[in-house]
Write a protein that binds this ligand. Sequence first.
Ligand code: CP
Length: 360
Amino acid sequence: MSLSGLPWEAYQALDADARAHHLMASGRPEHVLMAQQFRRAELDAICALATEIRLLAKSQPGALYLSQVLAHKRAMLYFTQPSTRTFLSHQAACQILGLQTGEVRDTATSSEMKGESREDSVRTFSSYFDLIIMRTKERGLAERMAWVLSQSERPVPIINAGSGQDQHPTQALLDIYTLQRSFETCGGIDGKHIAFVGDLARGRTVRSLAALLANYRDVSISFIAPEAFQIGTDVLTLLRACGVTVSVSDNLQAILPVADGVYMTRVQDEWDAEAGDSARVDVSRFHLRPADVDKMKPTAVIMHPLPRREEVPPEIDHDPRAMYWRQMRNGMWVRAALIAQIFGVDEAICAHIRDQAHGA
Ligand code: CP
């Protein structure tokens, strides 16, 4: 059952699993709102499609084919919270598939300044566009807007490009794609030990990626942070319920030799209740220095959703284990794959690739 016809109160009363079930009822995302709506089969399919698109886009005929696949669609980028990567990679993903884009990045330039509600703004976007990609600082707003559109005459899909401190599902998808590519020749993500480091309490990328990692067999996750920035108990409960081995500590040095992936994060001081709150927490022990990288496994990867500050200095960028620049580029391919799935052109793209391979 889709969100259409489901009262808002009934939707709100559902747990994450039940919400995910509604969002994926048709077999493809009605909206992309939360990491939990992607299970292992969907993750494998998105990663495989991202690779197909990435390889196809390398040639001019392939890029030309892709640019016509969704040339009849338009996407609205509604980003009322700062972004570089998520905005540009979604825009680039749209360009790869031929969608034209519009944008609102500052409500000071939209009719929200005249008192228009978010609901009316989003319904207005749906009059002109076939997809809305939105980032907001309000927790749950993307879900609310998705529900509003699903009840409307123009039920266009919403992609949550970051909502408050709770979810960043497309970042988690690109992180999974990066891990999968990194571990391609050593057994994939199953059985790997991933350490999250830094401000885990307020990092939505960590919350979403942790939820996706629960889909893999025998994964261990360590959360390494000062007490003030440690991961929420809700994430620990979810992971334990899925059988994931979790540990919580403030000892980065102990985890470096055993982790297969070290996922660094910056201090998220934009969420401080009072300016300067974060500055009172000593995070220097949670910075990765070149000497720390020497202690890591040769096959390990260093990831970061970016933007970064001091926690990963540029001297580390040249280490082959530093994956964050590739991680960022992977975002474009994964988001193109996701948009292709939303509009149901994924099978056509794969059929085109098969035909080309057989000389049709
Ligand atoms: N990783 C990420 O969300 O980056 P931006 O804030 O630049 O979009």
